[in-house]
Design a protein around this ligand. Sequence first.
Ligand SMILES: Cc1ncc(COP(=O)(O)O)c(C=O)c1O
Length: 368
Amino acid sequence: MFSQRIASLRPSPIREILSVIDRPGMVSFAGGLPASETLPHLTHSIAPTSLQYGPSEGDPELRTLVSEQLRALGLDAPTERVMILSGSQQGIDLVAKLFVDPGTPVAVESPTYLAALQVFRLYGADFTDLNWADSPGAPLAYVVPTFANPTGRCAIDGERDSLARACLDSGTTLFEDDPYRELAYGPCHRAPVTARMGGGSWVYQGSFSKTFAPGLRLGFLTASEDLFPRLVMLKQTVDLHSSTLSQQLVRNALTDPSWASRLDELASFYRTRRDSFDDALRRHLGGLAEWETPAGGLFFWLRLTKPIDTRTLLATAIDRGVAFMPGEEFFPDRPQLGTMRLNFSHADADATERGLRTLAQLLATCGL
Ligand SMILES: Cc1ncc(COP(=O)(O)O)c(C=O)c1O
């Protein structure tokens, strides 16, 4: 009755968790949710043109604004090769559709963004390990170099150069996913890897979800000349174009003189949250896990001192009022046991204290 690819479709663990986080008293370290306090209060009047159909590539003015920002990062991204997406998740689907048939090798980091793995799997990808220095050995490589999800890691300059060269030399298309780049809390190399290729095939995408409002579902993409027209055709088959209303709201925000200070305030707000989370982690899970303090993004990645399968802890944790993401879910295959991803942006200081204390008690019952 259904297509063959549906056989590989599994429910997203994160969606299942998100469905319980609104329970009263629940502390959630699970999703990558921006802090509610940082979401904008919108009072704009809505122009009738913002309720009309629009071009598939997106609002021309918004594309120009995005193009200016991307060119400032060194990307070859003229306005004609910028497309507005219905969330950067859509970009992953479009790129997967363009490249992946059953059995197509796709090089990914291990661990990497869970919902990208789900999309690539749906189209039948065969995952190979991405090694930053060597040829990816696959027609497509997917990477989150800046404040990765789930690890928070920011690739260093040399790694970025090596990967760009390896992709260029081996004819691999590099797909760089960069939704966290504005959330930087300390110095690190953030220049896009795709900007360093100086040719070849590549896709670079970003998102307005973490800097503005995830509910508007807007992201953007630019790509090399050989890929861009095909990606536009694929987008047309999916949703014709992204919400004109969302695009108006984002365009207004980007042209508002306060945009740059909004980004600074956001980074400063999350830097404080990261630091107090780090402090609470040390107090509650100090002897139970190891981690590196992330220089940006929204996540801490924990390695427990014992390799217990954290998927088996989740149901009890939720019963006790705390949700987290089991790290095992982020591995394309051969999950590393004893890992968890904790989001630090959403819970306030009191909730963080309560949630980490509960997690520590739960881990203690597992003999840690
Ligand atoms: C690495 C990565 N890519 C893409 C997305 C999708 O973001 P959105 O569709 O909200 O732009 C996320 C969301 O958390 C992410 O972490």
